[in-house]
Write a protein that binds this ligand. Structure first.
Ligand SMILES: [Zn+2]
Ligand SMILES: [Zn+2]
Length: 371
């Protein structure tokens, strides 16, 4: 008799999640069925949930959301006997893996630019169709292509590992792309899951002054514990010019070498660009909702030799760097505390309401569902 697994099903904006059960599939050769143990609610999941990104435009039907997760090997497909570093892999091992699949058959992949593969992320299929488990908010996850999979050492808790395949790898990869160097001053706009992880990563990369901007006291406190030298509370510095002049005064009037946007609102961009020093770099990561625009003055970039670098996702090799970073820094930064709230699958509605920050104040830095 086939085993079944539960999933929290999303149908459309405003609808509560429904719990459905599906048969646990057998993995295809080269794949893995994962028993999900912890799944984070990331900014992009909130974008879908609240309707900024209309997932049902791809056709109506039930879907399993969520992409930031960790779990254990439940069923190992034929031809998978090791992880991506050649270490033996067996059922029960804890793993991390990308939630996207570079095709390895395009110009970008051929050049080793896996994060830029134009087809790495496919739309989430309808969950009533086999193999059903296409998202993280479920007991199982179907990893159809286990080309990039990494074992997780026992020393790391699920709380620490949950953000590895999204927030943590994303910030490690993006700060590298921005060319962050030892001694560089850094401004981090937004201290959610991405921003707090970025603070710790920038500190570990040898950054100089790190300034973090947010409006939630708990997040600002955590940012300080994760290496921020200065924090700017948007409830105190309420207007962009106030925040820009604070950054200027904290960077000897120059502006920061790197300013990184992890807020996800277009309005953060012109503000952040004004915090970049002449010749410095603006790193854009947070804005993923299509069709949202903002006005900028391009001459201010040209006359000051400012660069804009944008990244989405990461090179899968970053996952092993992220695990190594956690092992080395787990006692230095309280990154497990980024997980602020934990809910069960059945509590998916409460979990999303807790994570929601648009139009309300939330104390949450990262809400996690443990299926
Ligand atoms: Zn994410
Ligand atoms: Zn490709």
């Amino acid at each position: 008799m086939a085993e079944t697994g539960k999933a929290a099903i999303y149908t459309d904006v405003g609808n509560p999640f429904e719990i459905r059960e599906y048969p646990v599939p057998d993995p295809a050769p080269g794949g893995i069925v994962v028993r999900v143990t912890s799944a984070g609610i990331c900014g992009s999941d909130l974008h879908i949930w609240r309707g900024d990104i209309r997932i049902t435009m791809m056709g109506p039907g039930p879907r399993i959301l969520g992409h930031e997760m960790t779990g254990k090997v439940a069923r190992l497909g034929a031809n998978v006997s090791t992880d991506s570093l050649g270490r033996p892999l067996k059922e029960g091992d804890r793993i991390v893996y990308p939630y996207f699949t570079p095709c390895r058959r395009c110009y970008q992949c051929l050049r080793g630019e896996f994060a830029a593969c134009p087809v790495k992320l496919t739309p989430i299929p309808v969950s009533d169709n086999a193999p059903h488990f296409f998202g993280a908010y479920a007991e199982y996850y179907y990893l159809g292509d286990a080309a990039f999979v990494f074992k997780v050492p026992d020393e790391l808790s699920d709380e620490m590992v949950t953000p590895v395949n999204c927030a943590l790898s994303q910030v490690i990869y993006s700060l590298g792309k921005a060319g962050l160097r030892m001694g560089d001053s850094v401004v981090i706009q937004g201290a959610g899951g991405l921003g707090v992880n970025a603070t710790a990563v920038a500190r570990a990369m040898g950054a100089g002054t790190i300034i973090v901007i947010d409006g939630v006291p708990e997040r600002l406190k955590l940012a300080k514990e994760c290496g921020a030298d200065e924090v700017i509370d948007i409830n105190e510095a309420t207007a962009p010019p106030d925040r820009i002049s604070k950054v200027m005064s904290l960077t000897s009037g120059r502006g920061a070498d790197v300013v990184a946007e992890f807020v996800g609102l277009p309005a953060a961009i012109p503000e952040g660009l004004n915090m970049v020093r002449a010749g410095g770099t603006y790193l854009e990561v947070g804005n993923i909702s299509l069709g949202k625009t903002v006005a900028i003055d391009p001459s201010s970039l040209v006359w000051q030799n400012k660069k804009i670098v944008s990244t989405v996702m990461y090179d899968p090799a970053t996952l092993s760097i992220a695990i190594d970073f956690l092992l080395r820094n787990k006692d230095r930064f309280p990154l497990a505390n980024v997980v602020s709230d934990t809910f069960t699958l059945e509590q998916a509605d409460e979990a999303f309401q807790k994570a929601e920050w648009e139009g309300q104040q939330t104390s949450a830095s990262r809400v996690v569902i443990t299926p």
